[in-house]
Ligand binder design. Structure first.
Ligand code: ATP
Ligand code: HMH
Length: 268
């Protein structure tokens, strides 16, 4: 590792600052990893939803990747929104040379329900990108899409986790139960054992960007050399605090609070 742990995100943008690249970079910074970004799509969105999407031309995505990969150290990296098959092909080809922990947030729809990737690209993601991952972090509906079955409880989350690793080839999986009723439980399966991470549900509608923030925190901690279990445990603490102290900004689902750990220190 260089003097500072270096983390890269490859994803789409959120000008309102709660999700996508913006959430990733804020999280890397807050957790003291040096943050870098490659932008795949420019998304006009805010707390109420997505207005328009402009895909960055493929040659410019390639140039961004080459700029970072040819010059900068990377200790861990994540992908978020990758809208179509051409982008996925390019990214799959480029990231094989990195040989560092790869965390995939298999972003399909925004918190608002707007689609962020093309329907036919979902199969490509499952077949070609998933096997390259160190960890994939689907929410319930993304996990259900990956295994083509419904998931409605913790037992089914565990069964899905086994399929995603053993059958589909992910390195490990963290299925997020944020959209279940009751406690917010996530299930980690690494091919050998299960771990559950449970917190009391926080009554808030401000959950814009929770998934991005969580996977970025895992990436930051992995870039610093932590084990997968340690990274997820600490990232769960971070995202929970980020939801607890989330901001009631905008008129829809407000953003998480990336200063969360500082807020906790203040409260102590
Ligand atoms: N109300 C809540 N209280 C506590 N934890 C929550 C709450 N909602 C979500 N979480 C937790 O937040 C993390 C992100 O999970 P979630 O299922 O919301 O991801 P996501 O759907 O991918 O997010 P996004 O809204 O960004 O698409 C998980 O650890 C989940 O358990
Ligand atoms: C760019 C982007 N990626 C991911 C999400 C999911 O929250 C979002 N809303 N926007």
């Amino acid at each position: 590792m260089s003097q500072v742990a270096c983390a890269l995100t490859i994803a789409g943008t959120d000008p309102s600052g709660g999700a996508g690249i913006q959430a990733d970079l804020k999280t890397f910074q807050e957790l003291k990893s040096y943050g870098m970004s490659v932008i795949t799509s420019v998304v006009a969105q805010n707390t109420t939803g997505v207005g328009a999407i402009h895909h960055v031309p493929l040659d410019i995505i390639k140039e961004q990747l080459d700029s970072v990969l040819s010059d900068m150290p990377i200790d861990a990296f994540k992908t978020g929104m990758i809208a179509n098959i051409d982008m996925m092909k390019l990214i799959a080809e480029k990231i094989t040379s990195i040989q560092k922990p790869y965390i995939m947030d298999p972003v399909m729809v925004a918190t608002s329900g707007d689609a962020l990737i093309e329907e036919k690209a979902r199969d490509y993601l499952r077949e070609n990108l998933l096997p390259l991952t160190t960890l994939v972090t689907p929410n319930l509906s993304e996990a259900a899409f990956l295994i083509e079955e419904k998931i409605t409880n913790i037992d089914e989350m565990k069964q899905a986790a086994v399929k995603i690793v053993d059958d589909l080839g992910a390195g490990a999986v963290l299925i997020k139960g944020g959209h279940l009723e009751g406690e917010a439980t996530d299930v980690l399966y690494d091919g050998d054992s299960f771990h559950s991470f449970t917190v009391k549900r926080i009554p808030t509608k401000n959950t814009h960007g929770t998934g991005c923030t969580y996977s970025a925190a895992i990436t930051a901690y992995l870039s610093q050399g932590m084990t997968l279990y340690q990274a997820v445990e600490k990232a769960k603490h971070f995202v929970t605090a980020a939801i607890k102290y989330s901001f009631p900004l905008g008129s829809g689902n407000g953003p998480t609070n990336h200063f969360a750990l500082r807020e906790e220190e203040t409260v102590k």
